[in-house]
Design a protein around this ligand. Sequence first.
Ligand code: UFG
Length: 343
Amino acid sequence: MARILVTGGTGYIGSHTVVELMQQGYEVIIVDNLSNSNIDVLDGIEAIVGKRPTFENIDCTNYVDMDRLFSRYQPIDGVIHFAASKAVGESVEKPLMYYRNNIGSLVTLLELMKTYQVPNIVFSSSCTVYGQPDAQHLPVDESAPIQKALSPYGNTKQVNEDIIRDAAHADANLHATILRYFNPIGAHPSAMIGELPNGVPNNLLPFVTQTAAGLRQELKVFGDDYNTPDGSCIRDYIYVVDLAKAHVKAVERMLIVPEREQVETFNLGTGRGLSVLEIVRDFMEATGVKVPYTIVGRREGDIEQVWANPKYANEVLGWKADTPVKEVLLSAWKWEKRLRNIV
Ligand code: UFG
């Protein structure tokens, strides 16, 4: 079975993808420097799959270490590149760290992939590249215009997409799949792996589950005066396990469809937008647990509304994100309860 190098494989989306890959029989090599994840994630993966993935604690920007890794694990059939810093606010404070980590790691990988003749890469991009699409581009498909990034983080995703396209243009052997994620939420149904935010969560769902668990007093809903039906922002929340399965489909396609285009880009979302207030309501209905919240002012830089048109991914990858949102919210709650020893 094919051998796949997964950078950032102990992270949130990475770990769920490793599980799906291993369950399909792929051999997985994880490379991660644990800068925003925990080594215990390997136990969670092993508990689900019954087998431990190979793990290398390496920083993907370190060319020498990465060279050694590529040499040691030859032949590698493909790379999934998750490893990146991902906090929008932090990227504004520490732009150079973001450029070094996110751009340096991709350049290093692409150079080594050329040296070691690894022909395939799947890259984690984001719907952030679309900014706020015009009304005529909602739901947003892959042809919608890319807009100037609002943060260094967002810019690294755009620049990395450009780097991949340029590298592929110059090298006919390189094939890339760019996956633009919408908002991943939830945890593996086993609750053995899930999202592990550092400190106070920035993202909505971890804040909701931590509030439900009593760690936070109340959720602050950032704005109810947007031009949306209930005034709060709208996003396309996609179950992380559905998202992980899309990576397996992308890898399969990479390995068995030689006639595909050199660079393919897919929006990965459900096709359905939900508001912040709808998420809070659905969470309370699904779990029966109260989440106290107050409406506060808008958060700087927030997009008003964006959701995906996932038709291209549905058709070409033969994949669909169809787990009901309440089931997804329950999985997030089950994970939070396990973390906090709540019965
Ligand atoms: N929200 C709240 N209260 C909170 C946290 C979030 O009301 O405590 C709201 C936000 O204002 C937003 C929605 O919940 O309307 C979702 O916010 P998240 O922070 O979970 O997600 P974002 O859509 O803002 O961010 C995501 C990714 C980023 C990416 C960005 C691009 O997490 O990596 O999309 O738009 F850059």
